[in-house]
Design a protein around this ligand. Structure first.
Ligand SMILES: [Zn+2]
Length: 373
């Protein structure tokens, strides 16, 4: 089927030019859930564009009757960041003007404990679809108030303008997938949230990392935490519910790269997820073997002295506690000879991510290790 293609104005630049995004909407013949997928929120993390290009191509061959619900796809969802450069490097992980991380800016519905309790009381015996509908209405009403702020003469910041446009596309969705990569060199994996382990496994990565704490205002988190808080409030009131609302961030390899293996993994994972959710009937759901680990299992190693990084283990390599991870060639201003300092792993695990630079000031990022229990 052909998608409906809609162009959405973002904001105006000083030169008078306007930035826009474009959404590709595949609307199936049968009723079903809404899936929202975006790529390239962080400017240097371009891999998702190739993944969604593959997905747009695939869905264009799928008959309307084989889609239940809607799939909305937004490539290059943050043009200001995608186009940002410093010499050879894509530096659009952060908004250059305010210094804000583009994935820590999002609006999150935060009902008070009182509001949440009164909602639960009112809906304690309702079915899950009624609960979902009613709560979504509350979220959308609160978001409308947030958007109204943009109309005031004092205006809002660029990140606030921007988040309003993106969240306007996704807050009424059932499933949200945000495609990122490492800004450096990383493995393929997904982040997931409490009560959503089975669904995270459908992406078919070797690893899936659980995020357990609210408060980062990342795109996926701002979407899902209000729902998890609602599930918790029901549990407290004596009823366990698992609402069919999901959010995932896929991390696909390296910054400024579209590694074919990461693209293939990402595309296969999304198709399998859509098949499991019953949104597309042209693919057979495949089982997968994913290892689920908490985010505290990731240790980021920062240079303990300033210097040049060498002899570092490679991505995905296993390591035991006490074994060498890397060494630093460190010079001094003390009239002494240079030193080579060895840094060992604190845990048994695998090399999870590597800084692209082999030079580090003391305190700067060198690599990450994922502890495997
Ligand atoms: Zn990112």
């Amino acid at each position: 089927m052909n998608p409906i293609i809609e162009t959405i104005d973002l904001f105006q630049l000083a030169s008078g030019d306007r930035l826009a995004i474009q959404v590709y909407k595949f609307i199936g013949q049968n009723p079903g859930a809404k899936v929202y997928i975006q790529a390239n929120l962080h400017g240097c993390e371009i891999v998702g564009n190739k993944v969604v290009h593959g997905l747009i191509g695939y869905l264009s061959t799928v008959p309307e009757a084989a889609i239940a619900g809607e799939i909305w796809i937004v490539p290059t969802c943050n043009p200001l960041a995608t186009n940002q450069r410093g010499h050879f490097y894509a530096t659009g992980g952060f908004h250059a003007y305010s210094g804000e991380d583009w994935n820590r800016i999002f609006w999150e519905h935060k009902p008070t404990a009182e509001q949440l309790n009164s909602f639960v009381e009112k809906h304690l015996n309702n079915d899950e679809s009624t609960i979902t509908k009613a709560y979504r209405q509350q979220i959308m009403a609160a978001f409308k108030e947030e958007l109204a702020k943009q109309e005031r003469p004092c205006g809002v910041s660029v990140p606030e303008l921007f988040r309003g446009k993106l969240q306007n596309l996704c807050l009424d969705a059932d499933y949200v997938i945000d495609i990122h990569s490492s800004s450096n060199d990383g493995l393929n994996f997904t982040y997931y949230f409490p009560n959503r382990e089975t669904q995270a496994g459908w992406f078919g990565f070797d690893y899936s990392i659980l995020l357990e704490e609210d408060g980062a205002y990342a795109f996926d988190e701002a979407f899902i935490w209000p729902w998890i808080e609602l599930e918790k409030a029901f549990t407290k009131a004596g009823r366990t519910i698992h609402l069919t609302v999901d959010a995932f961030t896929l991390e696909l390899g390296s910054g400024m790269k579209m590694r074919p293996e990461s693209v293939a993994k990402g595309l296969a994972g999304i198709k399998n997820y859509l098949a499991h959710q019953g949104i597309i009937s042209t693919a057979t759901p495949q089982p997968s073997q994913t290892k689920f680990l908490p985010s505290k299992n990731i240790t980021r190693y920062r240079a303990t002295v300033g210097g040049m990084i060498g002899d570092r283990l490679s991505l995905g390599q296993p390591v035991k506690a006490g074994e060498k991870l890397y060494e630093i060639l460190s010079f001094n201003r003390l009239g002494k000879m240079p030193e080579v300092i060895t840094v060992n792993s604190m845990v048994d695990g695998i090399v999870f991510d590597l800084a692209i630079s082999e030079s580090a000031n003391q305190g700067e990022y060198v690599m990450s290790v994922l502890a495997i229990d």
